[in-house]
Design a protein around this ligand. Structure first.
Ligand SMILES: *[C@@H]1O[C@H](CO)[C@@H](O)[C@H](O)[C@H]1NC(C)=O
Length: 290
């Protein structure tokens, strides 16, 4: 596999250069498999850091070796700088099959100087359509920031630098589908979304600026693996407790300041009625209650 070969080359280089240090965290080597993109998917620095590239022939990606049922997944990501129009960097959990579950964090690139959109979505039993989109309060191409998915039987939380930006509670009791029984693998991919991603699909990838590279580091999973445990349903390893008053306040600020799209407010799209979980409370109210 290309990633392993490259890692080997890197090791040899490091042995030859005495100032080169290698961090042995090994997370990408031990926890992920190469998915697609050949040499474009690279594991570096002993497994702590990985990069994905996209050029006009292909994007690239990794997928976790384990399938998880509940857990908290942290990844530091540094996005494609400059003109990243049409490029989607994705960090997501997904099960397999026709009625799959999925929890998405996707970064929709933009032309130079214009803001990325962080899009989140949740699929349960094959049904998605629960997008929430945000601008970020920092430039995500300058430094690594930590993006987390925290999934337990009670709720799904998406976090940026440890601050919750989305809390979706399990309301299966009120007929709202929620992922609770299909193990999911974790994926990081870089792919061409120029048909829709940037300014409604009007801004295309500028291949003359490629190849495009996004960076991933310090992966951490505190998660349940069904093949190794018979009690994932009792999983309590994430931040299961409610939100602190402070992060509740911040979550409300984020909803009012940085949220740019909320499916629960899209009455044109859901002309025949908003999804069940939207009807009673706005996300603002939900955040206050959680
Ligand atoms: C790109 O920039 C435009 C103009 O500022 C903005 O409307 C849009 O939301 C940004 N993000 C994407 C992904 O199109």
């Amino acid at each position: 596999m290309a990633s392993y070969a490259n890692n080997y080359v890197f090791l040899l280089l490091c042995l030859g250069l005495s100032f080169c240090t290698i961090a042995f965290g090994g997370n990408f080597n031990t926890d992920f498999n190469y998915l697609f993109g050949d040499f474009r998917a690279n594991i570096q620095t002993g497994g702590n850091v990985a990069s994905l590239q996209m050029d006009k022939y292909s994007g690239s990606g990794f997928g976790s070796k384990n399938a998880y049922l509940f857990g908290r997944f942290d990844m530091q990501i540094k996005l494609v700088p400059g003109n990243s129009a049409g490029i989607v960097t994705a960090y997501y959990l997904s099960s397999e099959g026709d009625h799959h579950d999925e929890i998405d964090i996707e970064f929709l690139g933009n032309v130079t100087g214009q803001p990325y959109i962080l899009q989140t979505n949740i699929y349960a039993n094959g049904v998605g359509g629960r997008e929430m989109q945000y601008y970020l309060w920092f430039d995500p191409t300058q430094n690594f920031h930590t993006y987390s998915i925290d999934w337990n039987p009670q709720r799904i939380m998406i976090l940026v630098d440890n601050q919750p930006i989305r809390v979706s509670r399990n309301k299966q009791g009120s007929g709202v589908p929620f992922p609770t029984n299909q193990p999911m693998r974790l994926y990081t991919t870089l792919w061409n979304g120029e048909a829709w991603a940037t300014q409604g699909g009007t801004m295309k990838v500028d291949w003359s600026k490629g190849p495009f590279t996004a960076w991933f580091s310090n992966f951490n999973a505190n998660a349940c693996v069904p093949s190794q445990s018979n009690n994932c349903v009792g999983f309590n390893g994430g931040t299961n407790r409610g939100l602190s008053i402070d992060s509740r306040k911040k979550l409300n600020q984020i909803y009012s300041k940085w949220l740019v799209y909320d499916y629960c407010h899209d009455v044109r799209r859901y002309a025949n009625g908003l999804p069940n979980e939207c009807r009673r409370k706005s996300p603002r109210r939900m955040a206050l209650e959680d």
